[in-house]
Design a protein around this ligand. Structure first.
Ligand code: 8YV
Length: 329
C-alpha cells in the first residue's frame, strides 16, 4: 500500500498539471468531469488530505465536517463563493484561489462582451445567418458608441482596474466606478477613474460592467430598481457572478427597452439560463468563459496545483484565502 498522501482533483485538468501532482501524491480523478455534489465529494474525499475544486463544486460546512483528514481545498477560480470560507477556516483547513493569473484575460473578455453588446454583434450575425440580409440601410444594427463614452465599473478590484485601463487608455472613455472602498489616488490616476456613489454610477454610465464578488450583500445588486435608474441607451455587462443581477428583472428591462442591451457571461443558477433571456434579441450570452484562454486556464490549474504541493509537502502557502490556518491541521 502506498504511503503517499492522497488527493482528489474534482474536475479534469490538463495532463501536465496531473503529472506534476502525481510526482507527490496518489491522485484520484473524476474522469466523467461532471460537477460533484457535496455528498459525492465527501464520499470521494475519505482518506484524502487535499482537493482541487472549480467554481462548480460547493465546499460547505457538512463536507468539511465529513472529511476530518482534509488539509487544503484549492479552487481553480479567483471567485470563491462556492466555499463556505468561515466553516473551512474554523476547521483549520487551508483554502486557496487563483488570483492575478486571470486578470488581464478576463478584462479582455469583459471588453469583448462590452463591444459585442454595444455594437450588436450576435444579433446582427443571427440576422445574416438567417438569410435576412438583402439590402444595406443607414440605421441597420446601429448600436451605441463605445469610444469616448462613459464606462461605469461596479467592483474595482484587479479585474475592474484592468477594464478601466482598457477603456480609458484604449478607447478614450471617461471611467467612473463604485466599490466598497475607494482606491488610492495613484491607482485612480493610473486607471483614469473617478469614484462615484452607486446612484451616480447607474445614472451616468453609458456602459456598466459588473466585476464585484458575489456575496449576500451583492445579491441582486442590479435588480428592477437599479435597472430603472440606468439610461435607456445604456448597456450592462456581467462577467462577475450569477445572482448579482436579477435575471428575471433584466429580461423584462431588455424586452421593454428600458436599457438598450446586456452582455452576460454568468447567470443565476447556471448552467441553466433564465428562459426569458433566451428569447430577447438585445442580449449577448456566453457560457462563463471570461477566463477561458488556453494559457490562462493552464496558469489557473497550475496555480491551484502549486498551492496543494507547497502546502502539503512544505507547509507553505502560495495564494491562500485564510493564511491564518496554516499548519493547524
Ligand atoms: C472560472 C471564474 O473559470 O475565476 C473565477 O472566479 O469565474 C472563472 O475564471 C470558473 O469559476 C471555474 O472555476
Amino acid at each position: 500500500m502506498s504511503t503517499r498522501p492522497s488527493i482528489l482533483i474534482a474536475r479534469n485538468v490538463f495532463p501536465e498539471v496531473l503529472a506534476k501532482l502525481r510526482e507527490h501524491f496518489d491522485v484520484d480523478t473524476n474522469d466523467e468531469d461532471n460537477p460533484l455534489s457535496p455528498s459525492q465529494l465527501a464520499a470521494r474525499l475519505q482518506g484524502k488530505v487535499g482537493v482541487i475544486t472549480t467554481g462548480s463544486e460547493r465546499v460547505d460546512a457538512a463536507l468539511i465536517a465529513a472529511c476530518p483528514q482534509l488539509k487544503i481545498v484549492a479552487n481553480i477560480a479567483v471567485g470563491y463563493n462556492n466555499f463556505d470560507l468561515p466553516a473551512i477556516t474554523a476547521a483549520g483547513v487551508l483554502a486557496s484561489n487563483t488570483p492575478d493569473v486571470l486578470t488581464e484575460t478576463t478584462a479582455d473578455f469583459g471588453f469583448a462582451l462590452l463591444l459585442a453588446t454595444a455594437r450588436r454583434l450576435t444579433e446582427s450575425e443571427h440576422f445574416l445567418r438567417a438569410g435576412q440580409w438583402n439590402r444595406w440601410a443607414l440605421d441597420m444594427f446601429a448600436g451605441a458608441e463605445v469610444n469616448g463614452s462613459t464606462l461605469g465599473i461596479l467592483g474595482m478590484g484587479r479585474i475592474g482596474q484592468a477594464i478601466a485601463r482598457r477603456g480609458a487608455h484604449g478607447f478614450g472613455m471617461k471611467v467612473i466606478y463604485n466599490n466598497r472602498s475607494r482606491l488610492d489616488a495613484q491607482t485612480e490616476a493610473d486607471c483614469k477613474a473617478r469614484y462615484v456613489d452607486k446612484a451616480e454610477l447607474l445614472r451616468t454610465a453609458d456602459h456598466l460592467v459588473l466585476v464585484l464578488p458575489y456575496s449576500a450583500e451583492s445579491h441582486h445588486a442590479i435588480g428592477a430598481a437599479e435597472l430603472a435608474q440606468m439610461k435607456p441607451t445604456a448597456t450592462l455587462v456581467n462577467i462577475a457572478r450569477g445572482g448579482i443581477v436579477d435575471d428575471a428583472a433584466l429580461a423584462v428591462a431588455l424586452r421593454e427597452k428600458r436599457i438598450a442591451a446586456a452582455g452576460l457571461d454568468v447567470f443565476e443558477g447556471e448552467p441553466k439560463v433564465h428562459p426569458d433571456l433566451l428569447t430577447v434579441p438585445n442580449v449577448v450570452l456566453t457560457p462563463h468563459i471570461a477566463s477561458a484562454t488556453i494559457a490562462t486556464r493552464k496558469a489557473m490549474a497550475h496555480l491551484a496545483a502549486d498551492n496543494v504541493i507547497a502546502y502539503l509537502t512544505q507547509g507553505k502557502t502560495v495564494t491562500p484565502l485564510n493564511p491564518e490556518v496554516a499548519g493547524q491541521r
